[in-house]
Design a protein around this ligand. Structure first.
Ligand code: DAT
Ligand code: MG
Length: 148
Protein backbone atom coordinates (compact mmCIF):
# COMPACT_ATOMS: atom_id res chain seq x y z
CA UNK A 1 0.00 0.00 0.00
CA UNK A 2 1.25 3.51 -0.81
CA UNK A 3 2.85 5.53 1.99
CA UNK A 4 3.60 9.22 2.40
CA UNK A 5 5.54 11.40 4.79
CA UNK A 6 3.53 14.10 6.57
CA UNK A 7 4.80 16.51 9.20
CA UNK A 8 3.04 18.97 11.50
CA UNK A 9 5.37 21.97 11.43
CA UNK A 10 6.36 23.94 14.56
CA UNK A 11 3.48 26.42 14.09
CA UNK A 12 0.95 23.58 13.95
CA UNK A 13 2.30 22.13 17.20
CA UNK A 14 2.32 25.53 18.94
CA UNK A 15 -1.20 26.30 17.74
CA UNK A 16 -2.63 23.00 19.06
CA UNK A 17 -3.53 21.74 15.59
CA UNK A 18 -1.81 18.36 15.96
CA UNK A 19 -4.90 16.38 16.94
CA UNK A 20 -7.03 18.09 14.30
CA UNK A 21 -4.52 17.21 11.59
CA UNK A 22 -4.18 13.56 12.60
CA UNK A 23 -7.97 13.37 12.81
CA UNK A 24 -8.45 14.50 9.22
CA UNK A 25 -6.18 11.83 7.76
CA UNK A 26 -7.50 9.10 10.07
CA UNK A 27 -11.12 9.92 9.33
CA UNK A 28 -10.50 9.99 5.60
CA UNK A 29 -9.42 6.38 5.91
CA UNK A 30 -5.65 6.57 5.94
CA UNK A 31 -3.74 4.40 8.39
CA UNK A 32 -1.00 5.72 10.66
CA UNK A 33 2.12 3.65 10.15
CA UNK A 34 4.62 5.74 12.11
CA UNK A 35 4.81 8.90 14.21
CA UNK A 36 7.28 10.76 16.37
CA UNK A 37 7.66 14.15 17.97
CA UNK A 38 11.09 15.47 17.16
CA UNK A 39 13.36 18.46 17.15
CA UNK A 40 14.82 18.72 13.64
CA UNK A 41 18.56 19.45 13.48
CA UNK A 42 20.01 22.05 11.16
CA UNK A 43 21.58 19.26 9.10
CA UNK A 44 18.34 17.30 8.72
CA UNK A 45 16.44 20.48 7.77
CA UNK A 46 18.97 21.31 5.05
CA UNK A 47 18.82 17.79 3.64
CA UNK A 48 15.03 17.63 3.77
CA UNK A 49 14.62 20.98 2.01
CA UNK A 50 17.67 20.46 -0.25
CA UNK A 51 15.67 21.15 -3.42
CA UNK A 52 15.13 24.72 -2.18
CA UNK A 53 18.73 25.46 -1.23
CA UNK A 54 19.17 28.19 -3.85
CA UNK A 55 15.86 29.93 -3.10
CA UNK A 56 15.92 33.28 -1.28
CA UNK A 57 13.74 31.89 1.54
CA UNK A 58 15.95 28.84 2.26
CA UNK A 59 17.62 30.31 5.36
CA UNK A 60 14.34 31.32 6.95
CA UNK A 61 12.76 27.99 6.02
CA UNK A 62 15.52 26.07 7.82
CA UNK A 63 15.32 28.43 10.79
CA UNK A 64 11.55 28.00 11.01
CA UNK A 65 11.43 24.21 10.71
CA UNK A 66 14.08 23.91 13.45
CA UNK A 67 12.41 26.50 15.72
CA UNK A 68 10.45 23.94 17.77
CA UNK A 69 9.20 20.36 17.81
CA UNK A 70 7.52 18.84 14.76
CA UNK A 71 5.39 15.71 14.51
CA UNK A 72 6.78 13.44 11.79
CA UNK A 73 4.29 10.87 10.48
CA UNK A 74 3.89 8.15 7.90
CA UNK A 75 0.37 7.60 6.61
CA UNK A 76 -0.67 4.74 4.39
CA UNK A 77 -3.50 4.15 1.92
CA UNK A 78 -4.57 4.11 -1.71
CA UNK A 79 -3.27 7.22 -3.51
CA UNK A 80 -2.28 8.73 -0.15
CA UNK A 81 0.51 10.91 -1.59
CA UNK A 82 -1.66 13.01 -3.90
CA UNK A 83 -4.78 12.87 -1.73
CA UNK A 84 -2.87 14.15 1.30
CA UNK A 85 -1.48 17.00 -0.83
CA UNK A 86 -5.05 17.89 -1.83
CA UNK A 87 -6.17 17.74 1.80
CA UNK A 88 -3.28 20.08 2.77
CA UNK A 89 -4.16 22.68 0.14
CA UNK A 90 -1.89 25.01 -1.83
CA UNK A 91 1.50 26.05 -0.43
CA UNK A 92 0.26 29.62 0.15
CA UNK A 93 -2.62 29.35 2.65
CA UNK A 94 -4.22 32.48 1.19
CA UNK A 95 -4.64 30.58 -2.09
CA UNK A 96 -5.61 27.27 -0.44
CA UNK A 97 -9.25 26.26 -0.71
CA UNK A 98 -11.50 26.31 2.35
CA UNK A 99 -11.81 22.79 3.71
CA UNK A 100 -8.10 22.15 3.27
CA UNK A 101 -5.75 22.28 6.26
CA UNK A 102 -3.81 25.30 5.00
CA UNK A 103 -7.00 26.93 3.73
CA UNK A 104 -8.73 26.55 7.07
CA UNK A 105 -5.87 27.37 9.44
CA UNK A 106 -3.04 29.20 7.67
CA UNK A 107 -2.33 32.83 6.83
CA UNK A 108 1.24 32.97 5.47
CA UNK A 109 3.40 30.82 3.20
CA UNK A 110 6.17 30.78 5.82
CA UNK A 111 3.89 29.35 8.51
CA UNK A 112 1.77 26.92 6.53
CA UNK A 113 1.31 24.26 9.24
CA UNK A 114 2.05 21.04 7.42
CA UNK A 115 4.51 19.34 5.11
CA UNK A 116 3.63 16.48 2.79
CA UNK A 117 5.61 14.55 0.18
CA UNK A 118 4.76 15.58 -3.37
CA UNK A 119 5.64 12.39 -5.31
CA UNK A 120 6.43 8.70 -4.81
CA UNK A 121 10.14 9.55 -5.10
CA UNK A 122 10.04 12.25 -2.44
CA UNK A 123 7.83 10.10 -0.17
CA UNK A 124 10.36 7.28 -0.25
CA UNK A 125 13.26 9.66 0.32
CA UNK A 126 11.57 11.58 3.14
CA UNK A 127 10.29 8.48 4.98
CA UNK A 128 13.79 7.01 5.07
CA UNK A 129 15.29 10.36 6.06
CA UNK A 130 13.04 10.69 9.13
CA UNK A 131 12.36 7.08 10.13
CA UNK A 132 14.28 3.85 10.70
CA UNK A 133 12.54 0.85 9.17
CA UNK A 134 11.78 -0.46 12.70
CA UNK A 135 9.74 2.69 13.37
CA UNK A 136 7.32 1.99 10.49
CA UNK A 137 4.77 -0.51 11.74
CA UNK A 138 2.98 -3.08 9.65
CA UNK A 139 -0.17 -4.05 11.58
CA UNK A 140 -3.73 -5.04 10.83
CA UNK A 141 -6.53 -2.61 11.50
CA UNK A 142 -10.13 -3.71 11.95
CA UNK A 143 -11.66 -0.77 10.04
CA UNK A 144 -10.01 -1.67 6.72
CA UNK A 145 -12.86 -3.86 5.47
CA UNK A 146 -15.29 -0.98 6.06
CA UNK A 147 -13.10 1.49 4.19
CA UNK A 148 -12.10 -0.57 1.14
P1 DAT B 1 5.07 22.65 -0.25
O1 DAT B 1 5.35 22.74 1.22
O2 DAT B 1 3.62 22.94 -0.57
O3 DAT B 1 5.55 21.36 -0.88
P2 DAT B 1 7.35 23.91 -1.54
O4 DAT B 1 7.98 22.57 -1.61
O5 DAT B 1 7.30 24.72 -2.79
O6 DAT B 1 5.86 23.83 -0.96
O7 DAT B 1 8.11 24.80 -0.46
C1 DAT B 1 8.53 24.23 0.76
C2 DAT B 1 8.25 25.21 1.87
O8 DAT B 1 9.03 26.38 1.68
C3 DAT B 1 6.80 25.71 1.94
O9 DAT B 1 5.95 24.82 2.63
C4 DAT B 1 6.97 27.02 2.62
C5 DAT B 1 8.30 27.53 2.11
N1 DAT B 1 8.12 28.43 0.96
C6 DAT B 1 7.75 28.09 -0.31
N2 DAT B 1 7.67 29.15 -1.11
C7 DAT B 1 7.99 30.22 -0.33
C8 DAT B 1 8.09 31.63 -0.55
N3 DAT B 1 7.85 32.15 -1.76
N4 DAT B 1 8.43 32.42 0.49
C9 DAT B 1 8.68 31.89 1.71
N5 DAT B 1 8.61 30.58 2.00
C10 DAT B 1 8.27 29.76 1.00
MG1 MG C 1 7.43 20.61 -1.30
Amino acid sequence: MEQTFLMVKPDGIQRNLTGEIINRFERKGFKLAGAKLMQITDELAKTHYGEHKDKPFFGELVEFITSGPVLAMVFEGENVILTARDMMGKTNPLEAAPGTIRGDYGMTVEKNIIHGSDSPESAEKEISLFFNSSEILDYSKQDREWIY
